[in-house]
Design a protein around this ligand. Structure first.
Ligand code: NAD
Ligand SMILES: Cc1ncc(CO)c(C(=O)O)c1O
Length: 309
């Protein structure tokens, strides 16, 4: 049974994950190699807790979870039943973390990676108990989005996948088990197919970025939150899908490299909200307002979708 969790890496994802797990009654130790990240994570944790209050997610009566921060990785993983690795999407950075914790954790401690899409089979080559390694892919913002993908690699024991799926379910979240360890798993394969086409349409001047977002959010996103793609095929009719896909599929972007527009921006350090400019521009005040507004809307939509409107 999982009671104590260590989170390694407190950037964009770690603090929200810590807040949500603690609301599930779990004891969370939160560690980052950068002291500034730990400081930032404290305020992100308290912002996430405010959102969880708005979502009406209370701690179980069985036990109140807590988050404690530490700047010592040995202290973080000591006694942990589960370690969630949440460091940058780079195999060698992740492998360094696995090597560091290998001698510090028990042989039955589960090590999960929040990788966005590196196959788990590649990651588990760097750990001495690969049967205990699993993918646990959260979606951003992790304290609000309830779905988490669970992925076993070639050497993951079925029981490890089952334990993580049950943990996610037991705290009121939605586990989805991905049956094959394909790059990007399922969520990001679907998302990146959409993003490739969206970037291509803007790059070719078919549509302006603002209008692309209106088209996708109101034409597709709003609908797909209620009717998933498989159900949508049945709603539209497979005969229609057959006719349209017979000519449209061949015209969709199939580029297998990074789009020039994205390279141009990243080469100029335009990364989006984190640098103040990306597809759009953001002042610090606008960013703060946007984040508050997005959290409020996501909370409201989720309550409606759960029938708690
Ligand atoms: N950002 C997203 O939307 C998102 C969503 C789902 C999954 N992910 C995945 O989650 C992981 C983390 O992503 P993120 O966006 O939170 O990254 P991030 O860059 O915002 O944060 C990573 C953190 O890891 C810390 N770190 C780096 N090396 C470390 C080490 N050796 N030990 C401890 N801490 C270390 C950094 O100081 C930083 O605070 C990645 O694998 C990413 O692909 C990201
Ligand atoms: C662009 C993008 N890439 C990866 C992820 C998660 O792995 C997300 C997300 O929102 O969760 C994303 O938006």
């Amino acid at each position: 049974m999982i009671r104590r969790i260590a989170i390694i890496g407190l950037g964009t994802m770690g603090p929200g994950m810590a807040a949500r797990l603690a609301r599930g009654g779990l004891q969370v130790a939160a560690y980052d190699v950068a002291p500034t990240a730990i400081e930032r994570a404290r305020s992100m944790l308290s912002a996430a807790e405010t959102v969880l209050d708005a979502l009406g997610i209370a701690s179980p009566s069985a036990g109140v979870g807590m988050v404690r921060f530490t700047d010592d990785i040995g202290d973080a993983v000591s006694g942990a039943d589960l370690v969630i690795e949440n460091v940058p999407e780079n195999i060698s950075v992740k492998a360094d973390v696995y090597r560091t914790i290998d001698g510090l954790i028990a042989s039955d401690t589960i090590v999960a990676s929040d990788t966005s899409g590196i196959p788990i089979t590649k990651l588990q080559a760097h750990i001495s108990h690969p049967e205990r390694m699993v993918g646990m892919h959260w979606s951003n913002p992790p304290h609000i989005i309830p779905m988490i993908e669970v992925i076993g690699g070639e050497r993951t024991a079925p029981q490890t996948v089952a334990t993580i799926r049950e943990l996610i379910r037991s705290i009121g979240l939605l586990p989805v088990v991905v049956k094959k360890d394909v790059p990007g798993f399922v969520e990001n394969r679907v998302l990146y197919a959409l993003l490739r086409e969206a970037v291509d349409l803007v790059e070719r001047g078919v549509i302006d970025p603002e209008d692309l977002d209106t088209c996708v959010s109101w034409g597709i996103g709003y609908k797909i939150a209620v009717i998933g793609p498989m159900a949508l095929l049945d709603m539209a009719g497979l005969d229609i899908y057959k006719s349209v896909s017979s000519f449209l599929n061949a015209d969709l972007s199939n580029r297998d490299d990074v789009a020039p527009m994205v390279l141009e921006k990243t080469n100029a350090s335009k990364f989006g909200i984190k640098s103040g400019e990306g597809m759009f521009s953001y002042t610090p005040e606008q960013t703060k307002a946007l984040q508050g507004e997005r959290a409020r809307k996501l909370v409201a939509v989720r309550r409606i979708l759960e029938g708690r409107g």
